[in-house]
Write a protein of this length. Structure first.
Length: 502
C-alpha cells in the first residue's frame, strides 16, 4: 500500500505545482477572513472548497438557521398579536416563502463574499482538494480537470458534519440534518427530533411555531445538559409551554420508515439518570410515530479523503487534526483552524483561530489557551453565556458570589412583553472580578457583549453597577443585576455538599 501511494504521488507530482504563499483547504469563515487578510497584505492566496462560498456559516448553518428562526419568531408575534392590541384573525405559513427568504439572503452573502475575493486578490477555487505531497494540494474541478497548488504555508479548515449514530434503521430512514431542515418547503406534520443540543433545541422551537407537532428525544437527563441546572430547567419549561413533547433519559432502540413520509422510532426511557445505561433492562419502551425525523446528536470531523498522511499531518484519537496551542499541525508549514482542529464549534472561534495563525505567521506569538469562549443559543428568548458556569465553579471548589434576577425586573423587557427568563453573574468571592455571566432572556446575546467587554478589560462588577446606561435598554438591566443582593458560595460548603452527595 505504501509503495502504491508513493508511486501515485510521484506520478501526480510530475506536474509543476502552482506556487502560493498560502493555500487554504476548506472555505469556512476563518478561512475566508484569512484569505482576504493575507491577500490584502500582498500574499498570493488560494482557497479551495468543494461546495460553498464562505463555508457552512453563511450557506447551511449559522446565518440561514437564524434567518429561519426569525421567521418563526414573526409567526409567534402574529399568533400573539392581540396581546399587543392588534387584531389578526387567521393566517397561514408558507414554508416555501420562508425557505426562499433564506435562499435570497444566502445568494446575497455569496455575492458579497465573491466581491471581497475580487477586491483583495485572493483566489477562490470550487473543487475537491486533497494533499498529494507535503504542502501540496491537488484540486479536482467540476469538469474533471485538476490543478496542483503548493503553499509556503497551508491551512486546513474543512470543518465537521452531522454525525449519524449506528442505530438500526436510522440511515435507511434518510433523516433530516440541519441542512435539509433549512430547505423544507412544507411544514412537517410531526417532527421527531433526536438530540437536545443547540440544533435540536433551536429547530424544535422554530418548527413548533410554524405549526409542526414536535417531539424531542435526548439521552441525557436534561436538555443542553452541560448548562447549569437552572438553565436546563428553564429551557425545558419554555419548550414544554410551547407544546413540545420532551423525552429525556431516553435511548433509541430502532428506527423504521422514511423521513418525509412516515417514520417510527422505538425508544427506551428511564427516569433515573443514574440508570440510563441499563435502560434497556429497566426502562419503559415507547413507539413514537411521526412524519419526519431530524438528527442533531453531534458532529464528526471532515478529515477523510484529504490525504493528510501524505502531508505528514496526524490525527487525534477522536479523528480531529492534532494541533498545538499555536494551531500548528505535526507537519511543518501546515496549520489547522476551526472545528476540524477540535476547536469549540462556533464561527467566532474559527475567526479567532485565524488570528492565532496570522499572528504566528507574521512574527507574533498568539495561542488558543486561556481565551474566552462566549456563545449564544438562539431560542426565543436567547441563552447566552461567557466565562465560568456554576457547575464548573462547584466542581473546582472556586468560591463565588452569585447575582441573579428575573428578566421581569428589566423595564425594557416589560415594554416588549418579553419577561421570560433571568440573568445571573458569578463574581469572585474575595474580589470584585466577574468570573462568568449567563443570560436567558430577550436580547441575551447583545447584553452578554457588555459584560464580556468588562471582563476583557478587567473591570470590577461595580463598574457596571455604577455605570450610567441609557434608559430604557436591555443592557441597563445589568445595573439591577449587580445592585441585587448576592448569595455566597464558598469552598467548604461546596466540598461538604459533594461529600454528602457521594
Amino acid at each position: 500500500m505504501k509503495r502504491t501511494e508513493s508511486t501515485s504521488s510521484a506520478q501526480v507530482l510530475k506536474k509543476t505545482p502552482e506556487e502560493f504563499d498560502l493555500v487554504i483547504l476548506g472555505g469556512g469563515t476563518g478561512s475566508t477572513i484569512a484569505a482576504w487578510t493575507f491577500a490584502g497584505e500582498g500574499k498570493r492566496v488560494a482557497v479551495v472548497d468543494r461546495k460553498y462560498i464562505g463555508g457552512s456559516c453563511p450557506n447551511i448553518a449559522c446565518l440561514p438557521s437564524k434567518n429561519i428562526i426569525h421567521s418563526a419568531k414573526v409567526a409567534d408575534y402574529v399568533r400573539r398579536s392581540k396581546e399587543f392590541g392588534i387584531t389578526c384573525d387567521g393566517f397561514a405559513i408558507d414554508m416555501s416563502g420562508v425557505r426562499d427568504r433564506k435562499r435570497k439572503m444566502v445568494v446575497g452573502l455569496n455575492e458579497m463574499y465573491m466581491e471581497n475575493y475580487r477586491h483583495t486578490g485572493a483566489e477562490f477555487i470550487l473543487g475537491t482538494g486533497r494533499f498529494v505531497a507535503p504542502k501540496t494540494v491537488e484540486v479536482t474541478l467540476a469538469g474533471g480537470s485538476t490543478r496542483q497548488l503548493r503553499g509556503a504555508n497551508v491551512i486546513v479548515s474543512t470543518g465537521t458534519r452531522a454525525s449519524l449514530e449506528p442505530i438500526p434503521g436510522l440511515a435507511e430512514a434518510q433523516p433530516l440534518t440541519h441542512i435539509e431542515a433549512l430547505e423544507l418547503d412544507e411544514i412537517p406534520e410531526h417532527l421527531l427530533v433526536i438530540g437536545g443540543g443547540y440544533v435540536g433545541v433551536e429547530l424544535s422551537q422554530a418548527m413548533r411555531r410554524f405549526g409542526s407537532k414536535v417531539t424531542m428525544i435526548d439521552r441525557n437527563a436534561r436538555l443542553m445538559s452541560k448548562e447549569d441546572p437552572d438553565v436546563c430547567d428553564a429551557l425545558r419549561s419554555l419548550l414544554a409551554e410551547e407544546g413540545i413533547d420532551i423525552l429525556l433519559s431516553a435511548r433509541i432502540k430502532q428506527v423504521s420508515g422514511k423521513s418525509g413520509d412516515s417514520v417510527s422510532v422505538v425508544v427506551v426511557q428511564n427516569g433515573d439518570q443514574n440508570a440510563v445505561q441499563n435502560s434497556e433492562q429497566n426502562g419503559i419502551e415507547k413507539v413514537l410515530k411521526g412524519s419526519h425525523v431530524l438528527v442533531a446528536t453531534g458532529r464528526n470531523p471532515n478529515t477523510e479523503g484529504l490525504g493528510l498522511e501524505l502531508a505528514g499531518v496526524d490525527l487525534t484519537d477522536r479523528g480531529y487534526i492534532k494541533v498545538n496551542e499555536q494551531l500548528q499541525t505535526t507537519a511543518p508549514g501546515v496549520w489547522a483552524i476551526g472545528e476540524v482542529a477540535g476547536s469549540p464549534q462556533f464561527t467566532h472561534i474559527s475567526i479567532d483561530d485565524f488570528r492565532v495563525v496570522h499572528a504566528n505567521l507574521t512574527g507574533g506569538n498568539r495561542v488558543t489557551t486561556g481565551r474566552q469562549v462566549p456563545y449564544c443559543l438562539f431560542t426565543d428568548p436567547e441563552l447566552a453565556h461567557v466565562g465560568l458556569h456554576e457547575n464548573d465553579a462547584k466542581a473546582k471548589g472556586i468560591p463565588y458570589r452569585l447575582f441573579k434576577v428575573p428578566m421581569e425586573t428589566n423595564l425594557r423587557a416589560r415594554t416588549l412583553s418579553e419577561t421570560r427568563g433571568f440573568v445571573k453573574a458569578l463574581v469572585e468571592a474575595d474580589s470584585d472580578r466577574i468570573l462568568g455571566f449567563t443570560a436567558f432572556g430577550v436580547g441575551a446575546g447583545e447584553t452578554l457583549a457588555a459584560v464580556q467587554v468588562a471582563m476583557i478589560a478587567g473591570l470590577p462588577y461595580t463598574a457596571l453597577r455604577d455605570a450610567v446606561l441609557t434608559h430604557p435598554t436591555l443592557v441597563e438591566g445589568l445595573i439591577s443585576l449587580f445592585s441585587s443582593p448576592a448569595s455566597a458560595h464558598n469552598v467548604v460548603e461546596t466540598r461538604e455538599a459533594q461529600v454528602s452527595a457521594a
